[in-house]
Design a protein around this ligand. Structure first.
Ligand code: SAH
Ligand code: F3S
Length: 433
């Protein structure tokens, strides 16, 4: 009987891809199969996120739960950003953890598996040319890493300390992976990195000059690729050439993530984001001008140290002006090793909660207005997932979630769908072809 794994993945899309990479290593090299539950598994992996404090706090009670539920002799491994950040401390605080594997060391999974109490958390380790085997959670969408690490030093962010310096993955490896995925039916390619439009800044070996715009062009030249998405770009690197390619290239999906973080230039400076409110508004306006119907999503942090009521009003003003389709909003969370955690004038928690509630409340109102515009219209939807109740789910080009009645035969196909019902969580549609 083969051994089985159970994996829990928290955090961002890069963690999702890291989990896929670990599964590929485990299945191809060690013959593992997926377990139906943690109780049955021979190996339990928790792929962690450390961007905010709360999930880190919860981690230890979660490990405790798994330790109780696991079967005799099963191993527990803690991976990802919290593994990088806490290292050995995890085993000290939770002695039933068998190994700790950092976010930049996932290729070593089959090695740590056999070394009791192994801790591999080197953030200088270069995995940019490691040839991971094939494993994809979805048959219809392929996540592909284009870089590892992040060179920005946003003053609130722990990621550069858990994922290390930025290294771009050689373009031929990316293109080879995209070709293979698209030929096997994943017509949507999702390019991943902490700062994707900084692609080409540094390779670990000699590489022809290439930036993100060139890479997008090259991926779109693969015939079988129908859709290209990417996350996360940085507003600072949204130059005209990039926006023009985004607008012009029909394979690039017309939804853009523009992480604002704050609408106050003063706070942006303290965050070390490298752009101002005006630059952000200019880029968003340019995008709306050149790409009719584009949807823009964002990340916003409220109550960054020193954020005054006036600063917060500036964030609200940008929200009014840009009309984001989706906002991932967070209360500032002080993180170890980050300069902002040492700043004076930390904002009281209640003030943060009030600001967050106001931002989310206003955004929901705006969303209701935007959603009603969609009713009765027809959009091209790429279906990628079966849902209970005889439904299939997919996304429009500009990233709205749509569900419709249907079955497997719609999966992996792009078809016209008329929207008959909308809610904040997504839309219901009817296939019209
Ligand atoms: N480059 C990545 C950033 C990863 S962190 C990206 O753009 O997706 C994802 C988001 O978490 C950030 O954009 C930011 O809005 C939020 N975040 C990061 N550090 C935070 C902190 N200390 N407190 C609150 N939110 C934070
Ligand atoms: Fe974090 Fe800023 Fe990089 S938010 S991941 S340091 S771009």
């Amino acid at each position: 009987m083969s051994k089985t794994y159970y994996i829990e993945t928290l955090g961002c899309a890069m963690n999702v891809r890291d989990s896929e990479h670990m599964i590929a290593e485990l299945t191809l090299k060690e013959g593992y199969e997926e377990a139906r539950s943690p109780e049955e598994a021979d190996l339990i992996l928790i792929n962690t996120c450390s961007v905010r404090e709360k999930p880190v706090h919860k981690l230890f009670s979660e490990i405790g739960q798994f330790a109780k539920r696991k079967k005799e002799g099963a191993k527990i491994g803690v991976c990802g950003c919290t593994a990088s950040h806490l290292g050995e401390e995890i085993i000290r605080r939770a002695p039933y953890v068998d190994f700790v594997l950092g976010a930049r060391n996932v290729s070593k999974i089959t090695d740590v598996l056999h070394r009791p109490k192994a801790v591999e958390v080197d953030i200088d380790y270069d995995e940019s040319t490691y040839a991971f085997g094939e494993f994809r959670t979805s048959l219809y969408k392929a996540y592909i890493n284009i870089s590892i690490g992040c060179d920005k030093q946003c003053s609130f962010c722990i990621v550069p300390h858990t994922r290390g310096e930025e290294i771009s993955i050689p373009a031929d490896l990316i293109l080879q992976e995209a070709r293979k995925a698209a030929r096997s039916g994943a017509k949507e390619i999702f390019l991943l990195g902490q700062n994707v439009n900084n692609y080409g800044r540094r390779f670990s070996s000699e590489h022809p000059k290439m930036d993100f715009t060139d890479l997008l062009k090259a991926v779109s030249e693969i015939e079988e690729v129908e859709r290209i998405r990417f996350t996360s770009p940085h507003p600072l690197h949204m130059d005209d050439a990039f926006l023009e390619e985004f607008a012009r290239n029909p394979k690039i999906c017309k939804s853009m993530h523009m992480p604002l973080q704050s609408g106050s230039s003063r706070i942006l400076k303290a965050m070390k984001r490298g752009y101002t409110k005006e630059w952000f508004l200019d880029r968003a306006a340019r995008l709306r001008e050149t790409v009719p119907g584009v949807s823009i999503s964002t990340d916003i942090i409220v109550a960054f140290p020193g954020e005054s009521d006036e600063d917060f009003e500036e964030t609200m003003e940008v929200v009014e002006r840009v009309r984001f389709e989706q906002i991932f909003s967070f209360k500032y969370s002080p993180r170890p090793m980050t300069p902002a955690a040492e700043y004076e004038k930390q904002v009281p928690d209640e003030v943060g909660s009030q600001r967050l509630a106001r931002l989310q409340g206003r955004h929901n109102e705006m969303l209701d207005e935007m959603k009603s515009d969609r009713l009765g219209r027809v959009y091209e939807v790429y279906f990628e997932e079966l849902r209970p109740g005889g439904l299939v789910a997919g996304r429009t080009d500009n990233n709205w979630l749509v569900q419709a009645e249907g079955s497997e035969e719609l999966l992996g196909r792009t078809v016209p769908v008329k929207i008959v019902e909308t809610s904040r969580l997504g839309s219901r549609g009817v296939v019209v072809a």
